[in-house]
Design a protein around this ligand. Structure first.
Ligand SMILES: [Zn+2]
Length: 319
C-alpha cells in the first residue's frame, strides 16, 4: 500500500490542476458514475495519511490558494520538507499558480470579505481515493506495461479514472478505490507528515501494552505510517518489533518517534527529487552490520498480520 510520502507525492501531481474544469472523463471504474464529474471544477486536493481527497464543484466558494487556511499549512509543511521557504521556491510557484494579489484597497477588502462568506451548504463534492497495494497517479502520461503478461502480450495497465481538464492536461488514476464522501474526516493531528501532528498523543500511544509493531501501524495514531516505515524505524531505534510499548523506556519511545518523523519526511524529499529509497532491513537477508535478518508475519491475534523483518542481534526485545 502506498504510504504517506507516496500519497503526498500523488497530491503534488494533482495540485497543479486545481482551479481547472473537468472537460472529459474516462476510466474503467464502475463503482461511481464517472460522468458526474464532467464540467465540475476541480476545487481542492488534500492528503491525509494514506488517503487522498479531491473536491469538485461549482465556483461559489473562493479558491484563492494564498487565502485558504488549510492549504497554507499544507504548503508550509511541504516547503519545510522540500527545504524551501517563503523566500525560496514556494509550492504555488512550483505548481505554476501565482497567488492572486488584490491590486487596490477596494479589491483587497472584497477579497477579505469573501474569505468569510461560507455558503449555507458545501457546494463541493469530495472524492476519496484509497490506493490498495500498488495504486498510483500519473499526470499527462499513461502507465506503460513493464513486462509481458502470461500470453506474451504487452498490455498497458487500464486506468480506473482519467480526468481531462480544460487546460489541456490530464490525470490518470490506477489501482485505486474511489468513493464520494462529505470531506476529509482524518484529523491532521495524527498524520505523520502534517505540521499539526501531535507528538504528545503519539508518545502516549507508543506506551500502550501492545506489541510496538502493531501500535505503529494503527492509523488512529500514525496515519500514513505503513509497513516499510515500520520495519525501517524499528531497526534504526534498535527495538524488537514484539517489544511491548508499556515496557519501553521514555528514551526508546522518543527515539522511535523521531525516526518515524525524520524517515517519513526524508522519504518524501527523495521522492520529490526522483531518488529511490535505500532500505536497511525491509526485504533484506542481512542487516547493515552483516547479521542474518529474521522474517515473520506479525500482528494482533485476530487482526491483519504484516510481514516484519528484524535483526535479533541489533534489535532488543523489551518484555
Ligand atoms: Zn544486525
Amino acid at each position: 500500500m502506498p504510504e504517506g510520502p507516496s500519497v503526498k507525492k500523488f497530491s503534488l501531481l494533482a495540485s497543479p490542476f486545481v482551479g481547472q474544469v473537468v472537460a472529459k472523463v474516462g476510466g474503467s471504474s464502475k463503482r461511481i458514475n464517472l460522468q458526474n464529474l464532467k464540467e465540475l471544477r476541480f476545487q481542492d486536493c488534500q492528503v491525509h495519511g494514506k488517503n487522498l481527497f479531491l473536491a469538485f464543484g461549482s465556483d461559489e466558494r473562493e479558491i484563492v490558494m494564498s487565502q485558504h487556511p488549510e492549504r497554507g499549512q499544507e504548503e508550509t509543511a511541504l516547503e519545510e520538507v522540500m527545504g524551501t521557504g517563503r523566500d525560496g521556491i514556494t509550492l504555488s510557484k512550483i505548481k505554476g499558480q501565482e497567488p492572486k494579489l488584490p491590486s487596490t484597497d477596494n479589491q483587497q477588502q472584497e477579497a477579505q470579505e469573501s474569505n468569510y462568506l461560507e455558503p449555507a451548504e458545501d457546494p463541493w463534492k469530495w472524492l476519496h481515493f484509497h490506493f490498495w497495494l500498488f495504486g498510483s497517479i500519473r499526470a499527462n502520461e499513461f502507465a506503460r506495461a513493464r513486462s509481458a503478461n502470461k500470453r506474451g502480450d504487452w498490455k498497458d495497465p487500464v486506468p480506473r479514472l482519467v480526468l481531462h481538464f480544460d487546460g489541456g492536461g490530464f490525470l490518470a488514476f490506477y489501482n485505486c478505490r474511489m468513493a464520494w464522501c462529505s470531506g476529509p474526516t482524518i484529523k491532521p493531528t495524527c498524520d505523520i507528515l502534517s505540521v499539526q501532528f501531535h507528538q504528545g498523543q503519539a508518545l502516549e500511544a507508543l506506551c500502550q501494552p501492545r506489541p510496538v509493531c502493531c501500535i505503529l501501524l494503527d492509523q488512529r495514531y500514525f496515519s500514513g505510517l505503513g509497513n516499510i516505515i515500520k520495519n525501517e524505524i524499528l531497526y534504526m531505534a534498535k527495538i524488537h518489533p514484539l517489544s511491548q510499548g508499556s515496557h519501553l523506556k521514555l528514551e526508546n519511545v522518543e527515539s522511535l518517534l523521531n525516526h518515524a518523523l525524520r524517515f517519513s519526511s526524508n522519504w518524501l524529499h527523495n521522492k520529490l527529487q526522483g531518488k529511490r529509497l535505500h532500505y536497511q532491513i525491509y526485504m533484506k537477508e542481512v542487516c547493515p552490520l552483516g547479521h542474518r535478518v529474521l522474517k515473520e508475519s506479525l500482528g494482533p491475534p485476530r487482526g491483519l498480520k504484516r510481514l516484519t523483518w528484524w535483526c535479533p542481534e541489533c534489535q532488543f526485545l523489551y518484555t
